[in-house]
Design a protein around this ligand. Structure first.
Ligand code: NDP
Ligand code: GDR
Length: 345
């Protein structure tokens, strides 16, 4: 039975990946930070066989301990401060976790494998935010980086340190340059979920408007469930390589608003959107659209659904969530703290 360790298992991608790997017959281990992290509970519910390990990307001994306990064949390093908007407010912390955290994870792997880094396959969650200021359209594996946020700068460090450990120590390490991917599990701070949740709440009479920043930004948005398969495929190849994962289509935030509001029966979203200067970023990434030809050819990967389907699915999930009866109180009592027997250490 192959063994995988996922950092960031409580995040959007972490839970999809845990489900995907468990269905493939993996023994799945997940690194979770904090002493009573409420985000562990949905993971335990979605993947009952998962084994949780206590650790933090800021704490090298905890990472070595997690690797020693999990003895993984594959490590997926998804943990990060992932919200670009926050990265200006907490630039040092973002650099510490999203940037230096990658180095710490690789160093932990070096200690755990006693310098035999090729023994464990490593995936680094890199990002299209590294492209930043538009240099080429579409962006592929050879497009130069020009990150525009502390988050993008930290991810660029994470990318290059992953490449460097591959070149220096022969690590089987891949950097997946993933473009935006969304789902009903997306955090509410990201623009897709903010809009789908907001449109659903407006349709139900729970709020009147949504506050937004730059509605002209263009992104290449795919479905998170498809993207975790690409992460796994990268680690199944004979040779490690870096890949761009994207749909190849780009849409504005305006397009997103059109689809989401139409889904709830509102044709004109303008009266429901407030433009707030505080939500305009100090430096913006205007246009992202990815060219994932390499992944399509070498990995046989391609995205399944289209953008309207994705947004409509998210709106429908938000409507269902907002109208379902209150949670079963018994469910909320289920322990997620370190006393739960499914924590392995
Ligand atoms: P989320 O923000 O949903 O999840 C981030 C995860 O990182 C959470 O599990 C969080 O734990 C964990 N984490 C944060 N800080 C630490 C820390 N100090 N130690 C250990 N764990 C920590 O992100 P996504 O699932 O959307 O993304 C996964 C990864 O992919 C991230 O690295 C992100 O930057 C990257 N990425 C995402 C893209 C996307 O569109 N979704 C596109 C390209 C890259 P907790 O629950 O405790 O907060
Ligand atoms: P992004 O995603 O920064 O691309 O990073 P986000 O959804 O936050 O922003 C996308 C675009 O929408 C514009 N925007 C707003 N964004 C937010 N969050 N809130 C608003 O109110 C708002 N109004 C307009 C933004 O300016 C931006 O142009 C995501 C994260 O998942 C990263 O971790 C990941 O690396 C990249 O995608 C690829």
């Amino acid at each position: 039975m192959p063994r995988a360790l996922i950092t960031g298992i409580t995040g959007q991608d972490g839970r999809y990946l845990a489900e995907f790997l468990a269905a493939k017959g993996y023994e799945v281990f997940g690194l979770v930070r904090g002493q009573n992290n409420p985000r562990a509970r949905p993971v335990l519910e979605a993947v009952p066989s998962v084994r949780l390990l206590s650790g933090d990307l800021r704490d090298l001994p905890s990472l070595v301990g997690a690797l020693d306990a999990a003895r993984p064949d594959e490590v997926y390093n998804l943990a990060a401060i992932s919200f670009v908007g926050m990265s200006w407010r907490q630039a040092e912390l973002t650099s510490e976790i999203t940037g230096l955290g990658v180095l710490r994870m690789l160093e932990a792997l070096r200690i755990h494998t006693r310098d035999d880094l090729a023994r464990v396959r490593f995936y680094q969650a890199s990002s299209s935010e590294m492209f930043g200021k538009v240099r080429e359209v579409p962006q592929n594996e050879t497009t130069p980086f020009h990150p525009r946020s502390p988050y993008g700068v930290a991810k660029t460090f994470g990318h290059y340190i992953t490449v460097n450990y591959r070149e220096s120590y022969g690590a089987y390490a891949c950097s997946g340059i993933l473009f935006n991917h969304e789902s009903p599990r997306r955090g509410h701070e990201f623009v897709t979920r903010k809009v789908t949740r907001g449109a659903a709440r407006i349709a139900l009479g729970l709020q009147d408007t949504i506050a937004l920043g730059n509605v002209d930004a263009r992104r290449d948005w795919g479905f998170a469930g498809d993207y975790v398969e690409a992460m796994w495929l990268m680690l199944q190849q004979d040779e490690p390589h870096d890949y761009v994962i994207a749909t190849g289509e780009t849409h504005t935030v305006r397009d997103l608003l059109d689809i989401a509001f139409r889904r709830v029966g509102i044709d004109d979203w303008e009266p429901h959107v407030r433009r707030e200067p505080r939500l305009i970023r100090p430096a913006e990434v205007d246009l992202l659209v990815g060219d994932s030809t390499l992944a399509r050819e070498r990995l046989g990967w391609k995205p399944r659904g289209g953008f309207p389907d994705l947004i409509e699915m998210m709106v429908d999930a938000d409507l269902a969530d907002l109208t379902r009866p209150a949670h079963d109180p018994a469910g909320t009592d289920r322990p997620a703290d370190l006393e739960d027997p499914r924590w392995t250490r």
